[in-house]
Write a protein that binds this ligand. Sequence first.
Ligand code: CP
Length: 661
Amino acid sequence: MTKRDLITIADLTDQEIEEIFSLADSLGAANTSASEGKSCLGKIMATLFYEPSTRTRLSFESSMQRLGGSVISCPDMNSSSSAKGESIADTARVVSSYADVLVIRHHWDGAVRAMAEHAEVPVINAGDGSHEHPTQTLCDLYTLKREKKKLKGLTVAICGDMKHGRTIHSLVYALARFGVHVIILAAKGLELPQYVMERLDAEFHYSLTPMPVDDLHTAVQSTDAVYLTPTQPHQLALFTQADSVVQNRLQKMVSEPKFDAFYITRQQKERSTQEAKQGNGDYPRIGERFLKERRFKDTVVMHPLPRVDELSRAVDLDRRGIYFKQAAYGVPIRMALLKLLFDAMGSAKPRKVRQRSPCYESPEPIDTQCANSNCVTRTERSSTHPTFEVLFTGPGGGLILRCLYCDHQFKAQFIGHATSNRYCSYDTALEETVRKWLKDGELAIFDSIKQAEELDYEPYKSGPQRSIMNENEIREAIQQMAEQLLENTKDSDRLLLLGIRTKGVFIANRISAQIQNQRGRAVEVGEIDIYETGGDNLHRLSPSEIGTPPLSVKDRTVILVDDVINSGRTVKSALSVIFKSGRPRSVHLAILIDRGHREVPVRPNYVGKHIPSSERERVRVKLREVERDERDKVVIYSLINPIQAINDQHSTPASMLTANR
Ligand code: CP
């Protein structure tokens, strides 16, 4: 009998979610039939909550008892054998021999998946770290649908802690699946993580669009209905349509009363840094004045609860405050879910499984690790089998890995061939080769050269390189970019040069130095790190005096700077980071080398040199700040398929892949 786990909202099909809703309708009705009421007779649920809970735990326990089953539990996991050092894998295995279903909440991202891998019975995720809380999402969608009689085409504004709010992560995926438009009002520093954005884009074609006109806050303020704190959160929207359609729709939305729901959450202080905990004066709040605003007369207010002070008690007495109903629906929804999971175990009907990209497990004892420090693969590796979906289409055209436990994405640096013990840095031209190695179980992925060399891997030798720009030409190109930039910029005080880490930052610094030479005044320079998973993607580089406020893009003319543009995906990711952190006045691109072939419609405004793209040739910008070479140069070199290189490795060194070290 195959067991059925619920770890993420993606584990349920749209049809199953609808089935749960219909079943919840009948289970929630007073006249639940005797057979439905007894569908868990003789079954035992174990609740393992490593974090506090009122609603999720008690509504699950109530649901099981209402279905005729019984519950075993550990009142406090600190009094379980985990306090003696028992692994989560062992706990899951043991408890699954005492119960028919496990409901687990844990503070590590991905811990519930890890426990499900070791449990013999179905496991339900009751919230894992900042990752997901799928059963809360079922309650949220059900409540919204009951109130508004539909989901498709609704507009929902989500406010608060987008970064750590696991309820929000599951919810935005589900809203996207059901065709709901989403306005994101993230508290400062608590924006929706990049990995969630990437997934919304890749799986549901939802992308983040800044609000086009005076934003929601201004619109609300102008009608004297302030419900947000003075420092406004960032206002962005998730839309599927093409740009002009989106702009028209947003324009309409902010000028017409079209908000079906506000979904607000508390700040997840248990997961926040000390700094963020102290700075919560900026946290969005819904208060009494919201209730008086005509345009929100049909806007319901939702909250997964518990609340702290982000939602006024005055809303409790208003028909639009539906969060206690939302909590109450937890029982019929979780009863329906339990019934669905148990019925699925007895059913021979094959399940439609979500299509994944090919997955990677290392053949080596040392390998790449998930970039998320709260991922269970890092906090308790012995209970996991680190596995990554390999995405060949991520930002920067790099080899992007997505952790199967916590969903975080990061860029793989070095690839190795496990049979010949050779390694090189990844390049998009190697995609077919890497796919083959992956299929054959011969792919190794490393975070560093040191890691590869500790396993006795040797690099592919370098092939010939041609210099196409020398030091003088690079200096002249940067000077010319700086001149053009100044010519086109009316208000250089609002200018911000944002270099994409690493080489983009050095080029941004050089452009800034040129501007200082010409204008006698420095331009602010910042760094943008598109692979930073902790949410700290923007950093100020200059001026850097102690006490300067964090870098802000709001109302600035941002010049995004990088060394080479190939596919344009790096730039696309950088733009999404910028728009997440505030609304700039405008964004322009300055690129030293433009290769003119890209998959996204982004054109650079300032270009040092155009070099036509080629699948077989790579351009590399070498800067004295990062290279051992003393002088700057731009080189071009050809790529040879490394499979051929392996075959030829003892005969023709010149035909080897150029290792990009
Ligand atoms: N909404 C929610 O998960 O509440 P609890 O933390 O009380 O379970």
